[in-house]
Design a protein around this ligand. Structure first.
Ligand code: NIG
Ligand code: FE
Length: 406
């Protein structure tokens, strides 16, 4: 310790470390030190090793609150165009399912993505990723699923990787080829699934895939079709997750749990049996209150059952042009509290510790020694305020791997 040199040291703020499994882990007049992108100290200023300030390259005196960097574990930020017109149609009475069956919905975004070249897609998507980072995110999951052919799925995943490089954040990519049936496969959904299963190993060979997802739903793919995609993922050693039971109970949660999946996402219609299967498999429930809100859904996820069974609940934006044009994870935390009655503490844990678990990442989510130096500094006195304010510029700065982002 005596010869140690740190890259950075933040002094004076209140730390919400989330270091234990309950409570915010608050430390007043805290100190956070890091070296080589990893936290070297997170505790009271009074407990700092002697003379460490003099041996630190960057010392920042600050007040306010410091939390782990927020982790958005379910996004579709890479897309072209938008679907504001469908929002208007839904407000006039059309349902999401009706619009999808009439050739709108996901497939209309597919047309826009196919028409955009890679640089155009990046130029349209980057500001959305920047907005998420500007409100505290330091890790984003980004899905494909609006290309629905090999070249366009590849283009989306390449754009996702480029966003990570350009913003200096971690981007975890998820292949969502089984998101919707493209028009050229109309009436041939099994053939489409066979094509998806063929693209996956090739995209994986290019290093473009960190996980595999599908949309198991009556307007998308059956359990049997989802299983075929998961079997290919499994053979490649890739983790799976699922858009499960969003509009109806299709036993999606139990299916993804059967494959030891990282997460079942949406889960509004998940049954008790699905919850039990998730608990046994250690599958995280990813709550997406933005989609719940925008679709004016009224069926709540089985929140009490998740709590009873000890299923961890994560929160994400689901940022997408159809069901959740939501550009702030903090806002998703707010919606999770108001719609799902999560406590602000649950919401923060859901956007950090449990979100990391939903991505299979163990190196982040808490402020503790050995974790990545990913953290966010806020103009706030107490962490409950994160899920309390609706909007507003509250972030003062953030760091990912010890490098300043904002
Ligand atoms: O997570 N449910 C499927 N996928 C997205 C919606 C995508 C879209 O409508 O463009 C979701 O809600
Ligand atoms: Fe989604």
């Amino acid at each position: 310790m005596a010869t140690e040199r740190w890259d950075g040291l933040l002094l004076g703020a209140t730390l919400a470390t989330l270091a234990d499994d309950t409570g915010y882990g608050l430390i007043e007049d805290g100190a956070l030190g890091w070296r080589d992108g990893v936290i070297a100290y997170a505790g009271p200023r009074a407990g700092l090793p002697q003379d460490i300030e003099a041996r630190t390259d960057l010392v920042i005196e600050t007040d306010g609150l410091v939390t782990p960097g927020l982790i958005d574990c379910h996004t579709h930020v890479v897309f072209a165009g938008n679907r504001a017109a469908e929002f208007e149609q839904r407000l006039q009475g059309a349902s999401y399912e009706e619009i999808a069956r009439a050739g709108g919905g996901i497939v209309s975004t597919v047309r826009a993505v196919r028409a955009a070249d890679e640089d155009t897609l990046l130029a349209q998507s980057l500001p959305r990723a920047r907005a998420l980072v500007a409100d505290g995110a330091t890790t984003l999951e980004i899905k494909s699923g609006y290309g629905l052919d090999f070249d366009n799925e590849r283009k989306m995943l390449r754009v996702a990787r480029r966003i990570g490089e350009l913003l200096g954040i971690t981007v975890r990519t998820t292949f969502l080829g089984a998101h919707a049936l493209p028009p050229e496969f109309a009436g041939r959904s099994d053939d489409y699934i066979q094509a998806v299963c063929g693209w996956l190993p090739r995209l994986h060979d290019e290093g473009l895939v960190d996980a595999v997802d599908a949309f198991a739903e009556r307007i998308a793919f059956s359990a049997a079709q989802t299983r075929r995609v998961f079997e290919v993922a499994h053979a490649l050693g890739l983790p799976v997750k699922l858009h499960a039971d969003q509009l109806s109970d299709g036993a999606g949660a139990a299916l993804v749990a059967e494959f030891g999946g990282l997460s079942a996402d949406h889960v509004e219609y998940t049954s008790e049996a699905g919850v039990a299967a998730m608990a046994r498999a250690g599958t995280v429930a990813v709550l997406l209150p933005g989609a719940f809100h925008v679709l004016r859904e009224t069926t709540l996820p089985p929140l009490a059952a998740f709590r009873r069974a000890g299923v961890p609940m994560a929160i994400a934006t689901d940022c997408n042009p159809g069901t959740s044009p939501l550009l702030s994870l903090r806002q998703a935390m707010q919606l999770a509290c108001t719609h799902f009655r999560l406590t602000p503490e649950d919401a923060l844990r859901g956007a950090t510790v449990h979100a990391a678990q939903a991505l299979g990442l163990t190196d982040r989510g808490r402020l503790s020694v050995g974790q990545r130096a990913d953290f966010a500094c806020w103009k706030l006195a107490h962490p409950a305020e994160l899920a309390y304010w609706l909007g507003g510029p509250l972030l003062t700065m953030s760091f990912a791997g010890g490098q300043r982002l904002a």
